[in-house]
Design a binder for this molecule. Structure first.
Ligand SMILES: NC(=O)c1ccc[n+]([C@@H]2O[C@H](COP(=O)([O-])OP(=O)(O)OC[C@H]3O[C@@H](n4cnc5c(N)ncnc54)[C@H](OP(=O)(O)O)[C@@H]3O)[C@@H](O)[C@H]2O)c1
Length: 270
């Protein structure tokens, strides 16, 4: 589905670059429909040179011309940017914020009454078009706004819709999750080296195993326990490994990690 409106990115950093890549690759928006504003002229030059998108002098210039506005600056500067753009945002525009921890009500309150806002928590695998994003609608956003927002984030992976109160849990799981999985891949790779494999080969096998296993869960829709049972033969090697993981409390450790990150997200949001 091609977007029928221009899309403006405020902040031209990593996440914006991932979304630009996804929008162009999926055919949702041509570069001539994508506007970007950033305080860094280097970033603007890079994005124009690499993707052919249209750099804008100011956030206000970008917003004025667009039907969809993506707030992609760090949470620390969101107040400043909202104050700047509020005079030119009315309810003909959809505002999508990806700023971590910023409540959608805060966005709505800073804009004109009846503004349409959606809050999104993406994650870094969006950079390789395999992101996981969760979206929560503001009070002024329509079902179409939510569907449109989902299609934008589906262009860089997949997305789900949640109630906003679940955003801290999303942050603890999929927001921070890539870091947990990177640690797991690193540990598996070390384990391979300990068992005698050369490092590059161990890393490649570890990463591909995590990737392939995740793909199997998503593509078969089978419960992971069923898929695990399929590779666990009686008295075999896998059950030995699984027993060691149970003794090391892998499951409880991962649950503790998500719980701790969720609690921290809640704390930072206060
Ligand atoms: N990366 C992630 O994994 C991730 C995950 C979930 C949510 N998010 C959220 O996504 C948003 C963007 O993250 P990111 O990783 O893309 O950040 P980033 O790479 O730092 O990009 C933000 C860009 O905005 C620019 N900027 C600063 N002040 C500005 C202003 N007043 N007007 C316009 N542009 C301005 C920055 O320039 P300078 O660098 O020169 O200041 C930078 O180029 C953040 O709110 C973050 O919380 C990111």
């Amino acid at each position: 589905m091609a977007l029928d409106k221009k899309i403006a990115f405020l902040g031209g950093g990593n996440m914006t670059e991932a979304l630009i890549k996804g929008l162009i690759a999926s055919g949702m928006a041509g570069p001539d429909r994508i506007l970007v504003a950033d305080v860094s002229t280097d970033r603007l030059t890079h994005l124009k040179k690499t993707y052919g998108v249209l750099p804008q002098k100011t956030n206000v210039d970008a917003v004025r011309d667009a039907g969809i506005v993506i707030l992609s600056v760090k949470p620390q500067v969101i107040d400043k940017v909202l104050a700047e753009i509020s005079p030119v945002v009315d309810n003909t525009k959809l505002v999508i914020s990806i700023a971590a921890g910023v409540p959608v009500a805060k966005i709505e309150n800073a804009l004109k009454k009846g503004s349409r806002a959606v809050r999104v928590m993406p994650n870094t695998p969006a950079l390789v078009l395999a992101g996981a994003a969760a979206l929560a609608a503001g009070t002024g956003a329509t079902a179409d706004d939510l569907a449109l927002s989902q299609s934008i984030f589906n262009s860089v992976g997949r997305s789900v819709v949640v109630e906003e109160k679940l955003m801290d849990a999303v942050t603890g799981l999929s927001g921070s999750g890539p870091a947990y999985v990177f640690m797991i891949i690193d540990a598996l790779s070390d384990a391979g080296v300990k068992a005698g494999l050369p490092r590059p080969l161990a890393l490649e096998l570890a990463a591909q195993t995590v990737y392939g296993s995740a793909k199997m869960v998503l593509e078969t829709n089978e419960h992971p326990a069923k898929l695990r049972d399929m590779v666990t033969s009686p008295g075999g090697t896998t059950i030995e490994g699984l027993h060691a993981l149970e003794k090391g409390k892998l499951r409880a450790t991962l649950m503790n990690a998500v719980e701790a990150a969720t609690a921290r997200s809640r704390e930072l949001g206060k």
